[in-house]
Write a protein that binds this ligand. Structure first.
Ligand code: KG4
Ligand code: ZN
Length: 343
């Protein structure tokens, strides 16, 4: 039997993503982003995102099918992000997926966005080892997960107690006058900076838990910049960006390595938009090598939200014979990471 061909739909935030995956092979990854419409507000406006998904949905599906040279009738199953995410935005994807499933008679999987961020790595690096420790860092989440079975068992080890890592990047970028979303801008600005120049705080650094806190760091950067401005001194943008980025990457990688050690798991996978960060990738590589751990991080385009990650998880579920969702499952803005498939 050939590997299952799965269409994946992602609409949890501001990216309308449609991907096509056969087994672990990526066939198409079409993304329409409404990020430009949110930029002037400094954050994603849910209602604007929902409307943009509605407009982009059918054209993005059409583009993905054309890119993969397949027809809708060829797919074996459809997968869609059921949560977590913005309620209205999720609803557009879930309703579209249900309509496609009903029209084609194909099975439908409502899947967990966070599990999909982990599953996407398989498209680049092949089957994930089990168990694996996953560090998930995005605009809405910062979590450490023990993943014994991507399709059935995900154990949360810790999470942020306040801001997510990406949220901290976005808020600090705003303080520095950089556009939204701030992560890529800080990443670029930091290249010319000295990451040791300013000692920003590292929340919960040595507390022995797998939890994170980034709100104190964000406030510390804002206070530091304010103090410079009040003194009439120029703000060294590159140094602030590099020092802030270092603080985030330092805490994330330290805790991820500690989680591997504590659980005896020797593979770490990093996913989510912040996994695109160059310093996080470099420091994770150094620290995993020093600790004798194997590291997997997908290429940046697969780290930020996309439909291929949903299709990747869908293909894994189909391949393992996991039953599809019933057509009446709901979009769930706070779907827990322990629930991989919506009932
Ligand atoms: O996974 P994602 O696309 O959407 C969510 O599920 O939230 O993550 C978006 C987040 C944003 O906060 C963005 O600033 C951050 O990922 N991000 C980055 C980089 N690229 C995207 N943060 C740091 N460095 C980057 N290169
Ligand atoms: Zn995401």
């Amino acid at each position: 039997m050939t590997e299952p061909l799965v269409l994946g739909i992602e609409t949890s935030c501001d990216e309308t993503g449609v991907g096509l995956v056969r087994g672990h092979e990526l066939l198409a990854d079409s993304v329409a982003s409404s990020v430009d419409e949110h930029a002037r507000f400094g954050g994603v406006v849910p209602e604007v995102a929902s409307r943009a998904h509605l407009e982009a949905m059918v054209p993005t599906v059409t583009r993905a099918l054309a890119a993969a040279s397949v027809r809708l009738a060829d797919v074996d199953a459809i997968a869609v992000t059921a949560g977590p995410g913005l309620a209205g935005a999720l609803l557009v994807g879930v309703c579209a997926a249900k309509a496609y499933a009903l029209a084609t008679g194909k099975p439908l999987y409502g899947v967990n966005h966070l599990a999909a961020h982990v599953a996407v790595d398989q498209l680049q690096h092949g089957p994930l080892p089990a168990p694996v420790i996953a560090l998930l860092v995005s605009g809405g989440h910062s979590s450490l997960l023990l993943v014994p079975d991507l399709t059935a068992e995900i154990v949360p080890l810790g999470a942020t107690i306040d801001d997510a890592a990406g949220e901290a990047f976005d808020k600090v970028a705003r303080v520095l006058g950089l556009p939204f979303p701030g992560g890529p801008h800080i990443d670029r600005a930091a290249v010319a900076g000295d990451r040791q120049s300013i000692a920003f705080p590292r929340g919960k650094y040595a507390d022995g838990t797998s939890d994170f806190s980034f709100s104190g760091l964000k406030t510390a950067v804002a206070r530091w910049v304010e103090a410079r401005e009040a003194a009439g001194a120029p703000v060294p943008l590159a140094d602030v960006a590099a020092s802030f980025q270092e603080a985030v990457a330092d805490v994330l990688t330290r805790k991820a390595v500690a989680a591997c050690r504590a659980t005896g798991v020797d593979h770490l996978v990093i996913g989510g938009g912040v996994a695109a960060n160059s310093r996080l990738r470099a420091l994770a590589a150094d620290r995993c090598a020093a600790a004798g751990l194997r590291l997997r991080v997908p290429r940046p385009g697969l780290c930020t939200d996309n439909g291929a990650m949903v299709a990747a998880l869908g293909a894994e579920l189909v391949g393992r014979g996991v039953p599809a969702s019933t057509l009446d499952f709901a979009a769930d803005s706070s779907l827990p990471v322990t629930q991989v498939v919506a009932a």
